[in-house]
Unconditional design. Sequence first.
Length: 384
Amino acid sequence: MDTPTTADIVIIGGGVMGASAAYHLAKCGIKNIVLLEKEEFFGTGATGRCAGGVRYQFSTEINVKLSIESLPMLECFKEEIGQNVDYRQCGYLLVATNEKDADAFRYNVELQNRLGVQTQLLSGDEVCARLPLMKFEDAIAGTFNPKDGLVDPNSVVAGYVSAAQKMGVKALTRAEVTGVRVGGGQVEAVETTQGVIQTRMILNAAGPWAGQIGQMAGVEIPIVPIRRQMFTTNALKEIPEDFPFVIDFGRSLYFHREGEGLLIGMSNQKEKPGFDQNIDEEFEMENFEAALERMPLLERASRASHWAGLYEVTPDAHPIFGESNVKGFAICAGFSGHGFMHGPIAGKLMTEYILDGKFSTVDVSMLDLARFEEERLIKEYNVV
Ligand SMILES: Cc1cc2nc3c(=O)[nH]c(=O)nc-3n(C[C@H](O)[C@H](O)[C@H](O)COP(=O)(O)OP(=O)(O)OC[C@H]3O[C@@H](n4cnc5c(N)ncnc54)[C@H](O)[C@@H]3O)c2cc1C
């Protein structure tokens, strides 16, 4: 496809945020939309490398509300978009092994229940009873929500992109944004490796790279890329089909069923910011040993695959929604490692904002860029 020379809106980044925004904007009748992705395929950034977990279990009201809107959009994705996204409601089981986390869990369950989310609080014994294949003698408390689960990220991106294209969105791959032209405090054009596109509206949906795009426009965006990695095992016949997404919260160690085996990941708390997406083999061994302690049957497992991706971390682990000090330069990024699940509602909210100047479905106006300077941070506890 030839690169267009003008656009009503240019969306930078073809991950879940950019794809969802393209779809929702087109659905609302915006005609001249261009979606730009630097890689050969859409969804190969954080979205395509993520664990696919979707959950209602958060510690802040705003994140729970985003899940309340977003997860049902994934549940009815096939009906709306025509693409199966393989939603498996296996539940998330978060396990606390220290009093501080257990206290936080109690608070979180109360908050979620108050907002209408039916998360259950479990005792340590109940955790052990639910996880007979795991060793959790040190569990103090757990939380479980049966509606949490897993969704295929690539299908979500593919579904949104193709539905958007059918409505006329020009979606380009191998189109890297190299510059943003601003005149008199207003966006004027986007420079790409495939040419210049005149536009007065940009949506920065570049995930872990959103800070770089901000710099091109002279907008300071505090999003830091941090590597996270995981591996999968061969088939393990002992793992039941309904095995939940288990999180050993104190160690940021998680397990979920992937095919007939398991996907296992752990957050390296010593990881320094950077764009490196190679596997850290030494840390992978640490991850495997921690997993083996919790699940001895892994002794018989072999690795089927492994990969690394980038979290897009903000100082308060909440995303950034809305405009910046440069007119026409909007941001939808910084979901801090749990954004895949909020992609559907995020695209819809940015559409509301671009068309009406306000967020109607969920009021996310407090998640603006200015909050960092004005010290209005809202800390999320359930970050893995
Ligand atoms: C290992 C790992 C596990 C995760 N697990 C989960 C999970 O279980 N559940 C969950 O909800 N979230 C999870 N996440 C987080 C989730 O993946 C992200 O929050 C979400 O995918 C962010 O989507 P995005 O569209 O903002 O970013 P991305 O998917 O990274 O999309 C941004 C796109 O912008 C493109 N781009 C960058 N620069 C340019 C440029 N100059 N020009 C053009 N294009 C550009 C990139 O190539 C990329 O495709 C995980 C993340 C990682 C890394």
